[in-house]
Design a binder for this molecule. Structure first.
Ligand code: PLP
Length: 448
C-alpha cells in the first residue's frame, strides 16, 4: 500500500517531468512497484496492462532476466569507461558495429547519448559543424514539422512544435522554423494522400524561400510517425518525397526515430520501411527497451567524413561523461538479440491485431479516427463525428479518461488534444491485445 508519507514526500520534493505541478500536488502521485511482461502493478496491488510500454520504450516488456544479467555482468566487469578521447569499451564498440550493420544505407557511424533529447541536440551541433566544414556557415536555419516532438532540451524544444514546450521557455529560437503537419484526419488539403504530400512539399519550398533560399537552410527534421503530437501517421510516400525534396535543395535530412526505432512500427527502423536513407538518424527508448538510459545518433559516411576531415588532428568538442556507457551498451546488445529472436515478429503480429481491434471501435459515438502502424496507434475522440469536433478543453477530459482506463486495468496515453495513444510492449500476447481493446471500449462507455 502506498503510504501517506510517500505521497507527501513526493508532493513536497519531487518535480515531475511534463506535469501540471499544481494539478499533480492536488491529485497525488501514482506509484508502480513491480512489473512482468506487459503487466505493471501499482502500490495498492492493482494490476494493469501497460498499453504504453512506460513511455513508448519498454519494447521487450518487463522482467527479462537476460537483460538484468547483461547489466549485472557488465557492472561487475567494468561499470564505467569513458568514450572520451580515444578510450572505449568492448560493448560500446560492438554495439556501434551491430547497429551500423542494420541501419539503412551508409549510416555507418554511431554516436551514443543518454536519451533522445541529447541525441537531437547532438545532431544540431553535428549539422552546424558539417556546414562549417563545407564552408557554408550561412546555412544556420533548421526546419521541423508542426505537432512534431524532438525532445525538451533548449535546442530540441525549439524543434519540437507542441505549445506546452514553448510557452514561457523562450523557444523556438530565431533560426528554428516549422511547416504544417501532414495530420491526415484534419488536413486542410483533404484526405487524399497525393494532395497532402504535395501540400507538404509546397510548404517546405515556401519556407525555404521565406528563409532566404536553400543556401541558408541547414537541415529538415521529421519523425516517420509523429508520436507525441498524437500518433500522426503520414500518407505512404510522405517521408520519401520529403527526403527527395531536401536532397534536391541540398539540405540535410534528419529522421527522428526515437519512438519509431526498434520494432515499434514493425521493422528495426521505420526508415527502412519508408525506403529512405536519411543523412542523420536519432534513436533512444527501444534501444535499451528503457531498462537503462541510452540514445544514439547515426551519421552517414559523407557527414562523418566532412566533420572528421575538417577537424583534422583537433578534437571535435562534443561529448558527455556518459556517452557510450558500457552498461547501457551491454543492455542494448542483449535487447538487440531479443528483437531478432522473435520479438520483432511477435510485435508485428500483435500490432496487426491491435490496430484491427481499435478499428472495430470506430462506430463508437466518441471515436472520430483510428490510426497507426505496427505497435503504435491512436484513437482520436470527438464530440461530433461529422464535424470532427474535438473534446472541449481537452486536457481535463484527457486526464479523466486516463484515470478511468487506469481503474479498468489499462495504462494508455491520453493526450491533451483528446487523442488516446497506444504503444504496448512488443511481447504482448493475443489475449493481452484483446484485453487492451476490451478495456478501451469499457473506458469509452464510462466516458459517454
Ligand atoms: N524525439 C522523439 C521523436 C521523441 O518522441 C522523444 C521523446 O519522446 C525525444 C526525441 C526525446 O527523447 P528523451 O525523452 O529520451 O529525451
Amino acid at each position: 500500500m502506498l503510504s501517506n508519507s510517500l505521497v507527501e514526500l513526493d508532493r513536497a520534493h519531487l518535480i515531475h517531468p511534463v506535469a501540471s505541478y499544481r494539478g499533480h500536488e492536488a491529485a497525488g502521485v501514482k506509484v508502480l512497484t513491480s512489473a512482468r511482461g506487459a503487466t505493471v502493478t501499482d502500490a495498492s496491488g492493482h494490476q494493469l496492462i501497460d498499453g504504453f510500454a512506460g513511455l513508448w520504450c519498454v519494447n521487450a516488456g518487463y522482467g527479462h532476466e537476460s537483460i538484468v544479467a547483461a547489466a549485472a555482468s557488465q557492472m561487475r566487469e567494468l561499470p564505467y569507461a569513458t568514450g572520451y578521447f580515444s578510450l572505449g569499451s568492448e560493448p560500446a564498440i560492438r554495439l556501434a558495429a551491430e547497429l551500423a550493420q542494420r541501419a539503412p544505407g551508409d549510416l555507418n557511424h554511431v554516436y551514443f547519448t543518454l536519451g533522445g533529447s541529447d541525441a537531437v541536440d547532438s545532431t544540431v551541433r553535428f549539422v552546424r559543424y558539417y556546414w562549417h566544414a563545407r564552408r557554408e556557415p550561412l546555412r544556420e536555419h533548421f526546419i521541423s514539422v508542426e505537432q512534431g516532438y524532438h525532445g525538451s532540451s533548449t535546442v530540441g524544444a525549439g524543434l519540437t512544435a507542441l505549445p506546452a514546450f514553448h510557452a514561457g521557455f523562450g523557444v523556438p529560437l530565431s533560426w528554428q522554423h516549422r511547416i504544417p503537419s501532414h495530420y491526415v484526419y484534419r488536413n486542410p488539403a483533404g484526405a487524399d494522400d497525393d494532395a497532402i504530400i504535395a501540400a507538404s512539399l509546397a510548404a517546405l519550398d515556401a519556407k525555404i524561400e521565406e528563409i532566404g533560399g536553400a543556401q541558408r537552410v541547414a537541415a529538415f527534421y521529421a519523425e516517420p510517425i509523429q508520436g507525441s503530437g498524437g500518433v500522426l501517421v503520414p500518407p505512404k510516400g510522405w517521408m520519401k518525397a520529403m527526403r527527395a525534396r531536401c536532397k534536391a535543395h541540398g539540405i540535410l535530412f534528419v529522421a527522428d526515430e526515437v519512438i519509431t526505432g526498434f520494432g515499434r512500427t514493425g521493422p528495426l527502423f521505420a526508415c527502412s520501411e519508408d525506403d529512405i536513407i536519411p543523412d542523420l538518424m536519432t534513436v533512444a527508448k527501444g534501444l535499451t527497451s528503457g531498462y537503462v538510459p541510452m540514445g544514439a545518433v547515426f551519421m552517414s559516411d559523407h557527414v562523418y567524413d566532412a566533420i572528421a576531415d575538417a577537424a583534422g588532428s583537433s578534437a571535435v568538442g562534443h561529448g558527455y561523461t556518459y556517452s557510450a556507457h558500457p552498461v547501457s551498451a551491454a543492455v542494448a546488445l542483449e535487447v538487440l538479440r531479443l528483437y531478432e529472436n522473435g520479438l520483432l515478429e511477435n510485435g508485428a503480429r500483435a500490432g496487426a491485431r491491435l490496430i484491427a481491434g481499435l478499428q472495430s471501435l470506430r462506430d463508437h459515438p466518441l471515436v472520430g479516427d483510428v490510426r497507426g502502424r505496427g505497435m503504435l496507434a491512436a484513437v482520436e475522440l470527438v464530440t461530433d463525428k461529422q464535424r470532427k469536433t474535438p473534446l472541449p478543453a481537452a486536457a481535463e477530459p484527457a486526464k479523466r479518461i486516463f484515470d478511468r482506463a487506469w481503474k479498468n486495468g489499462l495504462v494508455i496515453r491520453a493526450f491533451p488534444t483528446g487523442v488516446l495513444g497506444y504503444a504496448p510492449p512488443l511481447c504482448c500476447s493475443e489475449s493481452e491485445i484483446d484485453a487492451i481493446i476490451e478495456r478501451t471500449a469499457r473506458t469509452l462507455d464510462d466516458t459517454l
